[in-house]
Design a protein around this ligand. Structure first.
Ligand SMILES: [Zn+2]
Length: 204
């Protein structure tokens, strides 16, 4: 099955915020394209239309800057016309208008990034599961083991439901993956799927 492609629309001024919010989404088995990230300064963003055309889902960060941004509106209009699912991340529900009127937004809480990322992951999961591209067996984070020269692929399988992940987060428990080669452990925040720490393999 072709890899699922996610396009992220945002105002230029919000590139850092978008990168931070999407950092763990980018570790999932998805192709994530952030508008403007690969554009050389001064080049038109419309060159990204090809990426948008091949996307399965669009995430839009709707801040003060983005609400009146020409490119964000162009990209949303295009996504809407193509019938792509859109997940708006909004500072304020007032931004759920125009192309995203009637769409549920993910609340953007800059003071509480873990909650924002958790809610974004939950929405992403519920949008993508029904179309089969991200059924639970495909919901994992894969990365190379960085213990010495090991380099084996480690996978953090995420079998739990979002509500169970949230409970773990509230109880301060981490998710753990072990390297199949050397046994090094890697622990992750259950709410954001962000990496927290590595644990040396047990001495034999
Ligand atoms: Zn290893």
């Amino acid at each position: 099955m072709a890899e699922t492609r996610v396009f992220v629309s945002h105002a230029t001024a919000d590139l850092d915020a978008a990168q931070n919010l999407l950092s763990s989404v980018r570790n999932l088995p998805l192709t994530v394209a952030l508008a403007g990230e690969e554009v050389e300064p001064g080049r038109a963003r419309r060159n990204l239309e090809g990426q948008l055309r091949n996307s399965d889902l669009v995430i839009v960060l709707l801040t003060d800057d983005a609400a009146d941004d020409y490119w964000v509106n162009q990209e949303l209009g295009y996504a809407k016309a193509k019938g792509l699912p859109i997940i708006p991340i909004v500072e304020d529900d007032d931004y759920l208008r125009g192309y995203v009127e009637g769409t549920d937004g993910v609340q953007y809480d800059a003071q509480n990034p873990e909650v924002t990322v958790f809610n974004l992951l939950s929405r992403l999961r519920s949008e993508l599961e029904p179309i089969g591209t991200l059924s639970s067996p495909n919901w994992y984070v894969a990365f190379p083991c960085n213990n010495g020269q090991c380099g084996a692929e480690v996978q953090l399988e995420i079998e739990r439901l979002q509500k169970d992940l949230w409970q773990r987060f509230e109880h301060g428990k981490l998710l753990r993956a072990n390297c199949p080669e050397c046994g090094a452990g890697y622990e992750f925040n259950p709410a954001t799927l962000g990496f927290v720490r590595s644990v040396a393999p047990e001495a034999e």
